[in-house]
Design a binder for this molecule. Structure first.
Ligand SMILES: [Zn+2]
Length: 322
């Protein structure tokens, strides 16, 4: 019994470590996407930029409490064969006809879920509902950001099949936290997307194209660094094992701008999607919504969600960090 409980805790704990991008990167990406927007949109988004940034991590908070949530964050493209990513049906109905819904939900649905979220955001604009516009914008931003991470496109998502456990958080959390201060995040103005579903697929396919380098370069450097791969850092009262700064720097250099490029592409695409949903909804006047303040009920709900999540984190994270 004890053993089973421990195993369960371990699973949940590992799962939480495997959140998408780091929380820090997700918040940055959503925040920066605001600055790609045209004058008709930017005022409303800037006014709510704190919510847009903070809510960027909500889908990850839900991953272990909502049954359908996890699959929305990834696509295990290699499950379907070697170059499957080029050949897989782009539209949900066609994909269901080939693979069946259960299989798709097991191996991830991120490109299709991005499209679903685009429609939800478009509907929110059509309803001129500020709360729904913000909610769906923030959530859509999360899934688009996830689609830009190479390790979100493979069954070997944490290097567990190639003895590289930990590489997931290393690439998408530790590297941005150490190096994104030097990135150039000027991406230019949001542009209209003619086909959101195909755009989502392009992001996933581009990510997948980087996968071999992500794994191979880490493997090579691991051989070179030996035990210098890891070091210990003190955070508060805890001392934790981390990828050493030297190893992180060497890997980051070897990746040759990849993390920056994927973050930039995510920021730009989020802006593009927000803008496209707004245009397709008939360009509603967002200045009319600028005085929006969340109602007491909305604030209470947000607080409740946060408390539940904190309680859950406390339960499953007796030690360590992510
Ligand atoms: Zn995620």
């Amino acid at each position: 019994m004890q053993k089973r409980l421990f195993y369960l805790l371990f699973l949940v704990f590992t799962a939480i470590i495997l959140s998408s991008w780091g929380f820090y990167a997700h918040q940055q990406i959503n925040r920066l996407a605001v600055f790609t927007l045209p004058p008709e949109m930017i005022g409303f988004y800037k006014k709510n930029i704190r919510y847009i940034s903070e809510a960027a991590i909500n889908p990850d908070r839900r991953r272990y409490t909502v049954a359908d949530e996890a699959a929305r964050h990834y696509l295990d493209a290699d499950h379907y064969g070697d170059s499957a990513i080029q050949k897989m049906p782009r539209y949900w109905k066609d994909a269901v006809a080939v693979y069946g819904e259960d299989t798709l939900k097991t191996y991830g649905i991120v490109p299709w879920h991005i499209n679903t979220m685009y429609y939800r955001l478009k509907d929110a604009f059509m309803l001129r509902d500020p709360s729904k516009i913000l909610f769906n914008s923030a959530e859509l931003g999360h899934y688009i950001a996830d689609a830009h991470v190479p390790l979100h496109t493979t069954e070997n998502y944490n290097g567990q099949l190639t003895e590289q456990e930990g590489i997931h958080g290393f690439w998408e959390s530790r590297l941005p936290e150490l190096f994104s201060g030097d990135y150039d995040f000027f991406t230019g103005r949001a542009e209209y997307i003619t086909n959101p579903q195909l755009a989502a697929w392009k992001a996933v396919a581009d990510s997948h194209a980087h996968l071999d380098s992500v794994l191979l370069l880490e493997k090579r450097l691991t051989q070179k660094f030996g035990e210098k791969k890891f070091s210990f850092e003190t955070k508060g009262k805890k001392t934790i094992k981390v990828y050493s700064v030297e190893f992180s720097t060497a890997y980051h250099n070897a990746l040759n701008g990849m993390v920056e490029q994927r973050m930039r592409a995510a920021i730009k695409m989020i802006g593009d999607f927000w803008y496209t949903a707004w245009v397709d909804a008939g360009q509603p006047d967002l200045k009319e919504l600028i005085d929006y303040e969340p109602t007491e009920m909305e604030l209470t709900q947000r607080k409740k969600d946060l408390d539940e999540w904190k309680a859950q984190r406390f339960m499953v994270r007796p030690e360590g960090d992510n």
